[in-house]
Write a new protein. Structure first.
Length: 199
């Protein structure tokens, strides 16, 4: 026996119409599983209008700027040369020409970074206590490594760390000037360290 579907009476239809008008959708953050992903927003296309001559001239690429890429550190000798001179200008000129002889020297070759740091601190503190003004710190240029592998290693760890150590406590109040040595005294493998007068 089949059931007969009965339709809504006019009163039921009227009631259902009023119910529908008073309903509000549920606020749900969850998206139904059947909803397709929204279409990607197209990127704005550049305008093809002609720019004024003055504007076009200012946007010309300059060949002097390097292309974007790796931010390479400047060589240490360049960084030291940019530091403003603190000592007497005439003495500084004589120093850079290799005409001032260091009063003491220390060679850090063959030491680990930890050993060299302690030895350097002791040497500089003793030199200042003795009233010395110009000392030579020999670091060497560092070994050349054939294959760095995927992670490049900095050549000459001592050469790069010594200037930083000289600018840190307890030496930063004692050291007045740090410069790469003249070729007579070791060139890029050594540093002149000019000390302040003891107080």
């Amino acid at each position: 026996m089949s059931r007969r579907r009965r339709g809504l009476s006019p009163e039921d239809q009227d009631l259902w119409g009023r119910v529908v008008q008073t309903t509000r959708p549920l606020k749900s953050e969850a998206r139904p599983a059947f909803m397709p992903d929204p279409a990607p927003i197209p990127e704005a296309k550049p305008s093809l209008r002609k720019a004024p001559e003055t504007a076009r001239a200012s946007f010309r690429p300059t060949p002097s700027h390097p292309p974007p890429g790796h931010d390479l550190a400047h060589p240490l000798s360049e960084a030291l040369a940019r530091v403003p001179v603190q000592m007497d200008k005439r003495k500084f000129q004589r120093l850079t020409r290799g005409k001032l002889d260091p009063e003491a020297r220390i060679d850090l070759h063959g030491m680990t970074l930890a050993q060299a740091h302690g030895v350097l601190n002791g040497f500089i503190l003793r030199a200042q206590a003795q009233g010395l003004r110009l000392v030579l710190v020999i670091t060497g240029k560092g070994k050349t490594v054939g294959d760095d592998g995927p992670i490049p290693r900095r050549q000459g760890a001592l050469k790069h760390d010594v200037p930083q150590w000289l600018r840190m406590a307890p030496l930063n109040g004692i050291v007045l000037e740090i410069r790469e040595a003249h070729a007579r005294h070791g060139g890029s493998g050594a540093y002149y360290v000019y000390l302040r007068r003891p107080r």
